[in-house]
Design a protein around this ligand. Structure first.
Ligand code: C2O
Ligand code: CU
Ligand code: CU
Length: 441
């Protein structure tokens, strides 16, 4: 550990409050410190993060630190902690081992608590990174499904209830950092780093900046090896992408929008605008984005032997219309894995709709997608599976025994059973350090 590591402390108070999403338009939000998103938490890699969470809601909650490689007891699921009762305070405390764009969110009654705004960004910086941009922004994408009066309602009747369970809750109130259609002002000539977090319940956000090219520099588990230029990037629920945008010319105006993406539900896919970007006067740039960002050590060869198969599927249910399944069952207890034993999993989507698969507490590398090696190496904790597709992932259980989980990050699917708990068990063998990343110089 670096010697200059600090203890960084925050206090989050969960409560219900009124939140203005645009002028004169307020919602009955639930969130942290009376804001949506909750406060942005920032620290440096190696720091110890201490977050005291006080629950002023009328129901229990837990907070999950999505993407952080923390001890199992701090993961914020109800498998590892007693939910924080109304009036209680719980202290989360863990070291931040990786730099990157992470986030925190409620992990109790998620389909209600997250839908109403219980999420925020957790940014872990690394001062040795060589990337220099003119500005950095964090954009948290969300949508809310509200009735004509701006209230959260739940479908009462069987069919609409089944449809929401099937599609996931996707609404027409589109938010960036808790606001509808904000205007983002940039300076001409600048390169900015944008950290984008998809905090929606179910929306597939296919980022598009009016046709302007941008570079992906990082994803769930931090930087890529080198920037990847693109014109759009799909960001599924739970995923993060760090991008570099610009330079633009003075007077440029374009939208930050999501392209049409058909995830094979009852919803009609359409392009949707989340924000407007306006480029003002030029300001000299100090930005520098190196061609090599870091080296990522390959965890396994692409034809490594598979030691577990996880199948996502949909089944019929008399009570709820349909269930969302892992290996044929809902809310599964999967087999344990051993510390330091490389995991090579084949995750199969046998259903006819997309699912974002999320693993808690560990990063994986995608070895193959439908039999082909992905075009670049990355550390991921959430990966989309298209209908009737499969991915082969590798991950290393480092020495953090305890109960962990994986699930579909469409919250309604998670709730409807598409999740599993499993144990990471120490086997008495000497533990190898997890082969992770090396900075490139
Ligand atoms: Cu953001 Cu259980 O996950
Ligand atoms: Cu998570
Ligand atoms: Cu799903």
């Amino acid at each position: 550990m670096k010697t200059n590591s600090k203890v960084v402390e925050y206090h989050l108070e969960a409560s219900a409050f009124s939140w203005e999403i645009s002028t004169g338009k307020s919602i009955e939000a639930w969130g942290f410190n009376k804001q949506v998103p909750g406060p942005e938490l920032r620290a440096n890699v190696g720091d110890t993060l201490v977050v005291k969470v006080t629950n002023k809601l009328s129901e229990p909650t837990t907070i999950h630190w999505h993407g952080i490689r923390l001890p199992a007891e701090m993961d914020g699921t109800d498998a590892v902690q007693k939910p924080i009762s109304p009036g209680e305070t719980f202290e989360y405390r863990f070291v931040l081992p990786d730099a990157g764009t992470f986030w925190y969110h409620a992990h109790s009654n998620e389909t209600v608590q997250m839908e109403r705004g219980m999420y925020g960004a957790l940014i872990v910086e690394d001062s040795t990174e060589e990337i220099m941009t003119d500005a950095e922004r964090v954009f948290i994408i969300d949508d809310m499904k509200l009735d004509a009066k701006g209230a959260f309602t739940k479908p009462r009747w069987f069919i609409p209830r089944v449809v929401e369970r099937h599609d996931g809750r996707q609404g027409d109130t589109l938010l960036i950092n808790g606001k509808e259609n904000p205007i983002i002002e940039m300076s001409a000539g600048h390169l900015e780093r944008w950290r984008i977090i998809n905090a929606t319940s179910a929306r597939y956000f296919d980022l598009y900046l009016g046709g302007n090219e941008f570079s992906i520099i990082g994803t769930d588990g931090g930087l890529l090896e080198s920037p990847i230029p693109v014109k759009s990037q799909l960001i599924t629920p739970g995923e993060r992408f760090d991008i570099v945008v610009g330079p633009f010319d003075e007077g440029d105006v374009f939208s930050l929008e999501s392209l049409r993406y058909n995830r094979m539900t009852f919803l009609r896919p359409k392009p949707e605008k989340f924000a407007s970007i306006r480029v003002g006067r030029p300001v000299p740039s100090v930005a520098h984005v190196p061609d090599t960002l870091r080296t990522i050590v390959q965890l396994a060869v692409s034809n490594a032997e598979i030691n577990r198969r996880v199948e996502l599927s949909v089944g019929l249910s008399f009570k709820d219309g349909m269930d969302f399944l892992i290996n044929g069952s809902t809310h599964v207890n999967d087999n344990p894995v051993k510390v330091a034993e490389l995991q090579v999993w084949e995750v199969v989507n046998a259903s006819l709709m997309d699912h974002p698969f999320h693993l808690h507490g560990f990063f994986f590398q995608v070895l193959e997608e439908n039999g082909t090696k992905p075009s670049y190496t990355a550390w991921k904790d959430t990966i989309n599976l298209k209908p009737r597709s499969k991915v082969k992932i590798a991950w290393m259980p480092d020495n953090r025994p305890g109960t962990w989980m994986y699930h579909c990050h469409i919250l309604e699917h998670h709730q409807a059973g598409m999740m599993a708990n499993f144990e990471v068990v120490a086997d008495g063998m000497p533990i190898k350090e997890m082969p992770r990343t090396h900075k490139h110089h």
